[in-house]
Design a protein around this ligand. Structure first.
Ligand code: ADP
Length: 547
């Protein structure tokens, strides 16, 4: 017979992190470059807790938000966004972080699908809101994340965040409920069709934050100064808003100012020790450092993920600037953490070139993430450092399904999630990604659906067939190349195709390269053979236009 342990069964509540931060790290600061003014704002965790309780009262009393309601944010990294993370989830509602880089049509669809009751947004997104608000009947409240003085920037009827919470009491007791309650919603728009919602729970987010806290993972304690460049609309800024407060680290929030010069200024002013973001951002910072002969000596470690770590970037930061580059891999469906690259004791004796080979791997499995690699027939492959297969994962912070039942085909019958990444593992659990089975392009950390792009291009009167493939790009890691088979006798006019796409897809989706092919390679099942196209264009170089 099973004998149960005699430990308390306390539900894991996200509000407990904020309470802990305010009690045990009350003086620790969140420093924000305010989106509305560019000025520096400082606020400690004690005040953050007080303001978040005011927000909780406002959400309930003024906006009528109830448990299970969805409240969206379209916002940069800031102290207010932290308050919204904790305030919305803390009352049992769901914080839905929206990626503002999506096409407005997709945003409208998403806000309707999520049944968002209220939307909080930064001033930079006022034009976006003015363009979509009338198409979002379910959104009852629009809130500008600033003071009343900035309301003139928005035409849509809305109120300001500071007035909303300003008059509220900070007397509030965080409710305790089932730890499996939904806490956050983040759509992933990688593959074709409508974006799919990933619904995090209090339990999954706390367990993920605990895993992040391990020293080989993010491992930043109360003396750490953390600058998440990764936006809070990208898988919860990789869990940093939770892990930082859990450990009492100082947070430096860059708002919209993600260029090299501003990042450097914030790193210097706040003595940042740890930064996290996609490779494109680090390339921008590197260019700034090189051109201006600057350094970033306070930084101990850079967590880089979302795309593979380019070797040149690794060498430049480590060899010239003495910064440790640490690669991580994960995805929206994984909260996002899956692997992080941290050396083992046996790597201590390796020479630099061998060490670099290991650092270029996506990383070592984090405890809590189960992984297997399988062949096309679903047979499990060995972790022998060479057998490459489809990566499948499971664990307490990995999605068991998508919001409202979408995308069931991504889950196996025996309960694993199919990542769409192809990789091999070695006997130490280090994963190396070799390919992607999902048909998507990732440009500067953001997805472009190749299939949506092709479908739009095929609407052009001169286009018989079009295939979009992601090709390596020095700045954006990948950019789309559109290969077109023109209709018989039709002109081969790349500019006309580009102009045609202009009002159909987001501007940054427009292919940098359009090449014409006489006969599209077609596979046995009638599908365009993208593998063949990648082979044909393997030496392709994009025209030197900045996307
Ligand atoms: P994230 O914000 O963590 O990038 P997404 O869900 O947008 O999350 O993207 C996840 C996908 O990005 C992965 O399935 C993989 O294809 C790619 N990816 C993430 N990290 C890496 C990495 N270190 N190397 C290569 N590809 C990566």
């Amino acid at each position: 017979m099973t004998m149960h342990g005699l430990m308390m069964d306390c539900p894991l509540m996200i509000s407990d992190i904020l309470v802990h931060a305010s009690k045990c790290h009350g003086d620790q600061e969140i420093v924000t470059r305010l989106p509305e003014s560019g000025q520096t704002h400082r606020q400690n965790y004690r005040t953050t807790h007080e303001r978040t309780k005011q927000l909780a009262n406002a959400l309930i009393e003024d906006l009528g938000i109830e448990q299970g309601d969805v409240v969206s944010t379209i916002a940069w990294n800031s102290h207010r966004h932290i308050e919204l993370y904790y305030g919305i989830s803390g009352i049992g509602a769901v914080v839905h972080t929206v990626n503002p880089r999506l096409d407005p049509k997709q945003l409208i669809w998403m806000l309707a699908h999520a049944e968002a009751k209220a939307v909080f947004f930064d001033i930079q997104f006022a034009p976006l809101i003015d363009g979509i608000a009338q198409h979002c009947p379910n959104v009852k409240h629009w809130i500008l994340m600033a003071e009343d003085a900035h309301l003139g920037a928005v035409q849509t009827e809305c109120r300001s965040y500071e007035t909303l919470i300003g008059g509220k009491s900070s007397d509030f007791t965080w409710p305790v409920f089932d730890e499996r309650t939904a806490l956050g919603l983040c759509y992933t728009s990688g593959t074709t069709g409508d974006p799919k919602g990933v619904l995090y729970s209090h339990r999954s987010s706390i367990l993920h934050a605990l895993a992040c806290s391990a020293s080989d993972v993010i491992g930043v304690g109360a003396s750490g100064v953390l600058l998440p460049v990764v936006p809070m609309f990208h898988v919860n800024a990789w869990g940093i808003p939770y892990a930082a407060l859990m450990n009492g680290a100082k947070l430096v929030m860059p708002g919209p100012q993600l260029d090299g010069e501003n990042l450097h200024a914030m790193i210097e002013e706040e003595e940042v020790s740890y930064v996290a973001g996609v490779p494109t951002v680090w390339l921008g910072l590197l260019n700034y450092l090189e051109q201006n002969n600057k350094r970033i000596d306070s930084i101990k470690r850079v967590l880089i993920g979302g795309s593979a770590l380019p070797e040149a970037l690794l060498r430049a930061y480590e060899d010239k600037y003495g910064v440790t580059m640490q690669q991580g891999w994960g995805m929206t469906e994984m909260s996002p953490l899956g692997t992080v690259n941290a050396a083992l004791p046996k790597h201590g004796d390796l020479d630099r070139e061998e060490e670099i080979k290991i650092k270029l791997k996506q990383g070592r499995l984090v405890f809590g993430v189960g992984m297997r690699i399988v062949d096309d027939e679903g047979k499990e492959l060995p972790w022998d450092g060479e057998s490459s297969g489809h990566v499948q994962v499971r664990g307490p912070w990995i999605a068991s399904g998508y919001f409202k039942g979408a995308g069931a085909e991504s889950f196996t019958e025996d309960g694993w999630f199919m990542t769409g990444d192809v990789a091999y593992l070695d006997s130490d659990g280090f994963m190396t990604i070799t390919d992607r089975s999902k048909d998507v392009i990732k440009s500067g950390g953001e997805w472009i659906s190749s299939i949506d792009l092709e479908n739009e291009a095929m609407g052009h009167p001169d286009v018989e067939m079009a295939a979009a493939v992601g090709m390596p790009h020095p700045k954006w890691q990948e950019r789309p190349l559109l290969v077109v088979q023109a209709k018989a006798g039709a002109p081969k006019d790349a500019e006309s195709i580009r102009a045609f796409l202009a009002d159909k897809v987001a501007k940054w989706w427009i292919p940098d390269g359009i090449e014409f092919i006489d006969a599209m390679p077609i596979g046995a099942t009638g599908k365009m053979l993208k593998t063949k196209l990648r082979e044909i264009y393997k030496d392709y170089e994009f025209p030197a236009v900045d996307a």
